[in-house]
Design a protein around this ligand. Structure first.
Ligand code: 5GP
Ligand code: ZN
Length: 115
């Protein structure tokens, strides 16, 4: 599995940086965002290093599908029953700050800090 030692999310996946985990399997990790926009704000990341959505190919289709399918399950587990937002930022104009593909999943009662 590709791992970039300079990538903060690869380091979280490797357990080198602590995180509050919400889900873990062979391919995916979900953890709580350090600066949440909403009462519940998790990031779902592939464990392999994929920089952005621009780097995705058809070979990643199942992985992306699993990321999306995990979101509602995770939200229900975390008590989010009234809806949530999913967001993937890509590249500079998409305001992607961390260069490891991740999906924001945000939910919980309004008002939110952002979003
Ligand atoms: P982006 O702008 O790249 O879509 O979002 C990156 C997200 O990662 C931000 O919401 C930011 O708060 C979160 N983040 C950055 N560094 C860390 C970290 O070390 N731990 C956790 N849990 N979240 C982080
Ligand atoms: Zn990475």
């Amino acid at each position: 599995m590709s791992h970039d030692p300079n990538c903060i999310f690869c380091r979280i996946v490797a357990g080198q940086i602590p995180s509050r985990k919400a889900y873990d399997d062979e391919e995916l990790l979900a953890f709580h965002d350090i600066a949440p926009w909403a009462p519940v704000h998790v990031l779902i990341v592939p464990k392999q290093h994929i920089t952005t959505l621009y780097d995705v190919t058809d070979a990643h289709a199942a992985l992306l599908g699993r990321m999306l399918a995990l979101a509602p399950k995770l939200m229900l587990e975390l008590g989010v029953v009234n809806g949530f937002r999913t967001l993937i930022n890509t590249g500079p104009d998409g305001r992607q700050e961390v260069q490891h593909l991740h999906m924001h999943v945000m939910g919980g009662p309004r008002p939110w800090a952002r979003g």
